[in-house]
Design a protein around this ligand. Structure first.
Ligand SMILES: *[C@@H]1O[C@H](CO)[C@@H](O)[C@H](O)[C@H]1NC(C)=O
Ligand SMILES: *[C@@H]1O[C@H](CO)[C@@H](O)[C@H](O)[C@H]1NC(C)=O
Ligand SMILES: *[C@@H]1O[C@H](CO)[C@@H](O)[C@H](O)[C@H]1NC(C)=O
Ligand SMILES: *[C@@H]1O[C@H](CO)[C@@H](O)[C@H](O)[C@H]1NC(C)=O
Ligand SMILES: *[C@@H]1O[C@H](CO)[C@@H](O)[C@H](O)[C@H]1NC(C)=O
Length: 771
């Protein structure tokens, strides 16, 4: 007992000594690090969600907000790299181009296409319309300026913060296995990879999470970024609330975890599997836990009927800032995407909705049809629960890796970037006889299986005849479809071509052909930015090829333990990348591998060039510039015409209140509704549409939960499509950690008059008791 106590006392001191030693030895290679984060939540109404390409999946509220999270690492007098992670389905070429233009205007040549990576987490629950190529904006009725602006503005703000925060610090890397957050959704394609290759791996998906921990010299830990492969499809193709899906949720949870880790007990709570403590426990109400007194207090507050306001921003912002020590940098944690191409978070498997039996293994069909085959998440049938669970599993692993990270990154900051035309790339591949052969990639095309979708969202991008009703954008362009020529058919074989997107140029390019490839280096960590969704085996091959170049050729710099991570869906988007063998099977991922069977070999060839240049210190050919198609974009989404309320009712008036003298228990559902207006009038950036307040003292209300909290849902609805009337329904599932006290729920909105002026309003429910 005594012995154990003594060793427990000694352990931290030993660790400290080691770390101190490490620092002293390596103090010459200290970095400057800076992190930033900003709200990128786009329009929460009327806009099609990006990902499933389901025309019926239109945003109508917020589950929690979307953010851009950025880190910069710089050598004090040398190179720097900037990485931005977006709670968005994917990066967009146009967004990247416009962000780079703003960075040039602001910082000159500090941040360029070469050293900036902008990556998406692949949530399928964010507003679309921000990509420039036609095929990605068909279901959003073309380009949506508001979605695009929310991203460009928010990314820029996150970078400004990171830049302004640059201070001396160190970076640690840690890696570990997370077993239960992803399964292969196309195992029949994976099985077509050679048995000898498959036998090198224990699983048919990658289980590694790689985490970077950022430690400020003065403040200690200031953030972490990690990469782990699993799709952002815990939320289904019928969800209409904006959500960061499982990765956005994990990021929200980890930042909250850090902010509340004042007592030191939180880390162990999380790893024990207990519910994550929520912020309200930090705000101790002055009122006593006396039910009768609480009821009397509550009874003295009527609902606050709608009134105009200009103060909503400062009120909402207090929720988060109340939790932080104001004098230290805010903690930022990002959960980034990697080679998730064939990885589903719906880990229970895929089942037929009619029979409840597993779907056909090779085709993911039920009685020959794909529409009924759905993957099940661990919270099935509740997709919010699935999102929370897959998010928490990633959180727990990240907290564990964060807490134990001890390998410090040292050495050069460096990068290489090149644009490559993937529509006509000559690729040298080795033949079985040990020789080489030159093969070609082809102009982009999508196969038939693409229209079938996946078990995460059957029938995605369904272009079949008869599915174009009411989609004006599709009607506009469908007559321009192209018949693929013989050469293209042969090049893409065995893919049967459904849409020859690479050769469709009207009204403007349907698919990208010029793609960015990029390597970012922080000492022994290298990040490979890829503009698509690599499958598990495709990612392994790419990482291995780069690793071989970096560690062979007599390079002592990298030694044997170089960490190679793939940043998926980065800088632009070009759908999937499978192996040659998986391509032959033509599942959804193969059908969506745009540039033919040798697409992956093309990537490997180009990344080897970048890696070789990194080793030798040489520059690479910058390649052809991708087009900027902003001026050509067509937008058919109608703007908000006007908002109105019935006579005798004001915006913000309560239309569904809590019962008089209501008392709720924890885990109860408190639902209230307000007369509202279209959320597109003001995105409430860094603010909120919904707020739960607790009474402090006799008449002062303290914000406790906002629309970025998992427990609070803001649901917006109109009685009919063209109606000027609308409602905001706010649902609060009272967390187990909520303090007893008197509460009320508020709504904030902005209404548009017929002449176009925008007026902000607010309203509140009656007070109620949580006991
Ligand atoms: C959590 O709190 C403990 C005790 O205050 C501290 O030692 C530890 O570093 C904290 N963890 C984080 C991630 O801040
Ligand atoms: C609500 O509760 C208060 C305090 O217990 C009581 O005075 C009041 O009459 C109650 N009102 C209603 C409508 O029940
Ligand atoms: C899947 O297809 C392969 C190749 O055609 C075949 O050998 C196998 O039996 C099929 N599996 C199932 C479960 O149908
Ligand atoms: C690709 O190879 C062909 C010969 O097969 C050659 O004509 C062409 O110029 C090459 N393209 C490039 C970009 O090198
Ligand atoms: C909360 O209650 C409302 C009204 O009964 C219901 O429509 C809604 O689905 C419930 N929300 C949750 C998250 O259970």
């Amino acid at each position: 007992m005594m012995g154990r106590l003594i060793s427990m006392l000694w352990l931290p001191i030993l660790v400290l000594l080691l770390v101190e030693n490490g620092r002293m030895v390596k103090s010459a290679s200290k970095y400057l690090i800076g992190l930033g984060s900003y709200d990128i939540t786009g329009p929460a109404a009327d806009v099609n969600m990006m990902g499933y390409a389901n025309t019926d999946q239109t945003a109508s509220g917020v589950h929690f907000r979307l953010r851009a999270r950025a880190f910069i690492v710089a050598e004090p007098q040398g190179n720097r790299i900037l990485f931005v992670n977006l709670d968005a389905c994917m990066a967009s070429q146009l967004v990247t181009i416009k962000v780079l233009e703003r960075l040039r205007a602001r910082y000159g040549n500090l941040y360029t296409e070469n050293n900036v990576a902008i990556s998406g987490i692949h949530t399928h629950a964010g507003p679309g319309g921000y990509l420039q190529y036609v095929v990605y904006i068909v279901t959003s009725l073309g380009f949506v300026r508001q979605s695009f602006d929310a991203l460009v503005d928010g990314i820029e703000q996150s970078i400004i913060q990171a830049h302004d925060n640059l201070r001396p610090g160190s970076i640690y890397v840690n890696k570990g296995e997370l077993l239960d957050a992803g399964v292969n959704r196309s195992p029949s394609a994976y099985l077509n990879n050679a048995a000898s290759e498959r036998s090198k791996y224990k699983y048919d998906v990658d289980k590694d999470m790689t985490l970077l921990k950022f430690v400020d010299d003065e403040w200690g830990p200031v953030g972490s970024f990690n990469w782990f492969a699993t799709h952002g499809t815990s939320m289904s193709r019928t969800n209409s609330l904006i959500s960061g899906d499982n990765k956005g949720a994990a990021a929200r949870f980890m930042e909250d975890w850090f902010d509340q880790n004042n007592s030191g007990r939180m880390a162990s709570e999380v790893s024990k599997g207990n519910e994550i403590p929520r912020r309200v426990s930090n705000i101790i109400p002055v009122v006593e836990d006396n039910h009768h007194e609480l009821l009397e207090l509550a009874a003295s507050f009527e609902s606050l009927s709608g009134k105009s306001t200009t103060r909503f921003m400062s009120i909402a912002r207090r929720v988060r800032s109340a939790l932080r020590q104001a004098d230290r940098p805010k903690f930022i944690s990002a959960f980034c995407q990697t080679n998730c191409g064939d990885v589903s978070p719906n880990v229970l498997g895929a089942f037929c909705t009619d029979t409840g039996l597993p779907c056909d293994f090779n085709h993911s069909t039920c009685g020959g049809k794909n529409e009924l085959c759905y993957g099940r998440g661990p919270g099935y049938p509740d997709e919010f629960e699935s999102t929370r669970i897959i998010g928490e599993r990633q959180l727990k692993k990240a907290v564990e890796l964060f807490s134990a990270a001890s390998e410090q990154l040292n050495g050069k900051i460096d990068y290489r970037h090149s644009y490559v035309d993937f529509s006509k790339l000559n690729v040298t591949v080795s033949t079985q006889g040990g020789g080489t052969n030159v093969v070609k990639t082809c102009p982009a095309a999508m196969g038939f299986a693409f229209a079938a979708g996946t078990t995460d969202g059957p029938g995605a991008f369904d272009f079949k005849q008869g599915d174009d009703k009411g989609n004006a954008f599709w009607k506009l362009v469908r007559n321009l479809l192209k018949n693929p020529g013989e050469e293209q058919v042969e090049c893409q074989s065995p893919k049967p071509i459904l849409l020859d997107t690479g050769e469709m140029k009207q009204p403007y390019d349907w698919a990208p052909s010029i793609l960015p490839v990029q390597i970012l280096r922080i000492g022994k960590l290298v990040i490979l930015s890829v503009p698509g969704e690599f499958t598990t085996m495709a990612g392994r091959r790419l990482r291995d090829a780069v690793k071989t170049v970096l560690t062979n050729g007599g390079s002592k710099e990298f030694g044997s333990n170089v960490h190679v991570v793939i940043a998926g869906l980065t800088n632009t988007y070009s759908q999937y990348v499978t192996t040659f063998e998986e391509y032959q099977i033509q599942r959804y991922e193969g059908a969506s591998t745009l540039y033919g069977p040798h697409t992956l070999s093309g990537y490997i060839q180009e990344f080897k060039k970048l890696a070789a240049a990194l080793i030798t210190g040489q520059s690479v050919d910058s390649g052809p510039q991708p087009p900027d198609l902003l001026s050509k974009q067509i937008s058919l989404l109608t703007p908000v015409v006007m908002d109105a309320t019935p006579i005798g009712v004001k915006f913000g008036d309560v239309s569904l209140d809590v019962a008089k003298n209501a008392t709720f228990k924890r885990s109860d559902n408190v639902t209230v509704a307000f007369w509202s207006a279209c959320p597109r009038n003001d995105l409430m950036t860094e603010g909120t549409f919904a707020l739960v307040e607790i009474l402090k003292g006799k008449d002062s209300w303290e914000p406790t939960y906002d629309d970025d909290d998992f427990c609070l849902r803001f649901i917006w609805s109109r009685p009919t499509k063209l109606s000027t009337h609308s409602h905001a329904t706010i649902e609060w599932i009272i967390p187990h950690t909520a303090a007893s006290g008197v509460y009320r729920i508020r709504h904030f909105g902005a209404a548009k008059s017929l002449l176009g002026s925008i007026k902000h309003f607010t309203g509140s429910s009656s007070a109620f008791v949580v006991a």
